[in-house]
Design a protein around this ligand. Structure first.
Ligand code: 3AM
Length: 168
């Protein structure tokens, strides 16, 4: 099965991301818009791998992420995030754990983005709504090709952080 590890978006983030997609539609930008239930931030793409139980998900010490900016990779348009050192540290730790356990994953540099549109035709001008969320877990996701686009299913979430581990 095709696996990846991601942060699912909160309701508030989905609303904000939906407003960005609305702006694009209003500007007659065409393409395949990510449906609200599929909006996510990919942290590591594993790809075809038969054993999801072998994938260790480090616990997340909660931190906040905030929307900021937008951009494109070719015809894929995304919403960006304010620089977030705890997110970068978590992704490093996560990827180290995958490498240690010999789980294959895409080693391209982490470039945090939330995909809004694929196959986009046109160049949007967007106002990024103010929105943030607290990240307290990550999810191991399975990706399947459905009749009307990709279907993402959460297989497992990381265990919760224990505040007793916090210093000070
Ligand atoms: O976070 P986004 O939506 O950009 O593009 C795919 C999606 O990323 C990406 O993994 C996420 C869940 O499918 N993806 C798909 N195939 C990939 C590949 N071969 C890939 N990322 C890297 N290498």
């Amino acid at each position: 099965m095709r696996l990846f590890i991601a942060i699912p978006m909160s309701g508030e983030m989905k609303d904000a991301l939906g407003r960005m997609q609305r702006q694009m539609r209003d500007q007659r930008i065409a393409g395949r818009f990510t449906p609200p239930e599929n909006l996510h931030l990919t942290l590591a793409f594993i790809g075809e791998y038969p054993n999801p139980d072998a994938v260790f998900l480090p616990r997340v010490k909660p931190f906040a992420i905030e929307l900021d900016g937008f951009g494109s990779f070719g015809d894929l348009w995304w919403a960006g995030l304010k620089p977030c050192p705890p997110l970068r540290r978590y992704v490093l730790a996560l990827r180290h754990a995958l490498a240690y356990d010999n789980i294959p994953f895409d080693r391209k540099k982490f470039s945090p983005h939330i995909t809004l549109l694929r196959g986009g035709v046109g160049v949007p001008a967007l106002t990024v709504p103010r929105a943030e969320m607290v990240v307290d877990h990550v999810s191991l996701m399975r990706s399947d090709r459905g009749k009307r686009g990709m279907i993402y299913t959460e297989l497992r979430a990381s265990e919760p952080w224990d505040p007793a581990w916090d210093d000070g």
